[in-house]
Ligand binder design. Structure first.
Ligand SMILES: NC(=O)c1ccc[n+]([C@@H]2O[C@H](COP(=O)([O-])OP(=O)(O)OC[C@H]3O[C@@H](n4cnc5c(N)ncnc54)[C@H](O)[C@@H]3O)[C@@H](O)[C@H]2O)c1
Ligand SMILES: O=c1ccn([C@@H]2O[C@H](COP(=O)(O)OP(=O)(O)O[C@H]3O[C@H](CO)[C@@H](O)[C@H](O)[C@H]3O)[C@@H](O)[C@H]2O)c(=O)[nH]1
Length: 448
């Protein structure tokens, strides 16, 4: 099928590459000329496992191309996806300017029937606004062409985006138009072979499903982070509690990891946007307000531990930081807890040497030329001469380090772990002082 995608970001590129891999003819349109030029040259601007290979193979097979030519892109696809950004406004609401600009562009160029599918995360009622924007552009052209608008929210996770798209838990289609439903069902048929994954619903329910899913996951994380605070005070271990509750199938094991707070381009903005949508309707989403407040506090928990141990003035202290991305397997630093932690430690007078396997270029862009912040080519190099190590992202390569280095490379064997990577008893045995999230100091080992 011929498919056009507005937006060549995380969602647009992954959707485009995966649909092309199934044989579809995909054109990705972006307004960022630099990004499109890079993609046309075979350079994939984001780090996402498996994505660059998929993009290059499908571009070489002429199933996937990138353009800034809106007229040609709109003419190409019977199905036109909108996968542009919906960043937060000052008041927390979703900024729909890019979605509505894409809708207007479609209305300005379409010549025949199109199915316009919103894949961006948008508040309930946006499909109606997209419909109105297209209709308005058509009216301005003196045309009355038919088109349908559907909602098809995306549930991929960064760092596992290609795998998530190829093997989705569910494919939510919000549509009322039979032509849109038929085209989308057929487009997704190759991703829907083993069991029925398509969930067909009305557009408004589809739009709300996306926010509700992210809000539920964020709620679990903030809940566990609060339990972790309590666990520390009462001498319990949040990792034991996590296993204890996760084995109940009504709760399940996923998204129960306490840590340095959730980040990324989705949970923070989507929780805010849902709270805002509730307020507009006179519904106070108090649970979500608490989820957000708990997360803001949580981003500073590791800093508080450092200050409690090393003193409120960190002047003259040098600290190693492992991990800058908001999660492993991505170079994305949008809303990453590292942004808060690094700025706070620098403001307290510390100097920092950071390492991240892929996000250091992005970090240089985010932090700019910050006095006191340097980068190391390896995790080991970051440790040299530091007073302590802070761990902010759970990269696999951090999980089994040479623990002896913590004693030889660091000035003192002191580790603050925001992702609970290690067994506190092991580090205790090795003579390393270890502060993690929600984990009380270990009892001495019984030795026979
Ligand atoms: N990143 C994720 O993991 C993820 C997962 C599911 C859903 N979403 C949602 O999908 C949407 C896109 O997110 P993203 O992370 O891919 O964003 P992104 O910022 O990585 O990419 C958006 C792209 O859209 C382009 N763009 C903006 N206006 C445009 C226009 N008028 N025409 C064509 N292109 C335009 C931008 O230049 C940019 O390249 C958001 O609503 C987000 O909430 C994101
Ligand atoms: O138990 C957990 C799980 C995650 N996190 C943190 O939560 C954040 C988000 O992680 P994750 O959900 O894995 O990544 P995203 O790429 O932001 O994906 C979320 O946001 C996307 C955009 O809407 C959705 O499509 C996905 O389904 C949803 O998981 C990260 O900072 C993680 O460190 C925790 O602290 N504890």
């Amino acid at each position: 099928m011929r498919v056009t995608i507005f937006g060549a970001g995380y969602v647009g590129l992954v959707t485009g590459a995966c649909l092309a891999q199934m044989g579809n003819q995909v054109v990705c349109l972006d307004v960022d000329t630099g990004k499109v030029a890079r993609l046309q040259a075979g350079d994939v601007p984001i780090h996402e496992p498996g994505l660059d290979k998929l993009i290059r193979a499908n571009a070489a097979a002429k199933r996937l191309s990138f353009t800034t030519d809106a007229a040609a892109a709109v003419a190409h696809g019977k199905l036109i996806f909108i996968g542009v950004g919906t960043p937060p406004e000052e008041d927390g609401s979703a900024d729909l300017q890019h979605v509505l600009a894409a809708a207007r562009t479609i209305g300005q160029h379409m010549q025949d029937f199109k199915v316009v599918v919103d894949k961006s995360t948008v508040p309930v009622g946006t499909a109606d606004r997209v419909r109105d924007a297209i209709a308005q552009s058509l009216r301005e052209r003196g045309l009355a062409l038919e088109f349908a608008v559907a909602s098809n929210p995306e549930f991929l996770k960064e760092g596992a985006a290609v795998a998530d798209f190829m093997k989705p838990d569910r494919i939510v289609i919000g549509a009322e138009d039979e032509r849109a439903i038929l085209l989308l069902r057929n487009l997704y048929a190759p991703f829907n072979r083993n069991h029925e994954r398509v969930q067909l619903m009305d557009t408004r329910s589809a739009e709300l499903t996306k926010y509700a899913a992210n809000a539920m996951l964020a709620t679990r994380i903030s809940f566990m982070n609060e339990m972790a605070l309590l666990a520390e005070r009462v001498g319990a271990d949040i990792e034991m509690v996590r296993r204890g509750i996760g084995s109940d199938p009504r709760i399940g094991t996923h998204f129960l990891y306490a840590g340095a707070g959730y980040g990324g381009s989705c949970f923070p903005k989507d929780v805010k946007a849902l709270i805002h949508s509730g307020a507009l309707q006179g519904v106070d989403l108090g649970v979500l307000r608490a989820v957000e407040a708990a997360n803001e506090r949580q981003k500073l928990v590791l800093v508080d531990k450092v200050l409690a141990r090393l003193g409120a003035d960190l002047t003259g202290r040098h600290l190693a930081v492992w991990g800058l991305a908001f999660k492993p397997n991505t170079d994305d630093m949008r809303e990453a807890p590292a942004r808060v932690v690094v700025r706070e430690l620098l403001a307290r007078g510390a100097t920092l040497c950071a390492h991240d396997p892929v996000a250091m270029d992005e970090a240089r862009r985010v932090f700019g030329a910050q006095a006191g912040l340097s980068y190391a080519a390896s995790p080991e190099a970051a440790l040299e001469g530091a007073d302590a190590l802070l761990i902010l992202t759970e990269w696999a390569t951090f999980r089994s380090p040479d623990f002896d280095l913590f004693k030889t490379a660091l000035r003192q064997a002191l580790v603050f772990d925001g992702r609970n990577l290690f067994d506190p008893r092991l580090l205790h045995l090795l003579g390393i002082e270890y502060h993690a999230i929600g984990r009380a100091a270990p009892a001495p080992l019984t030795v026979s």
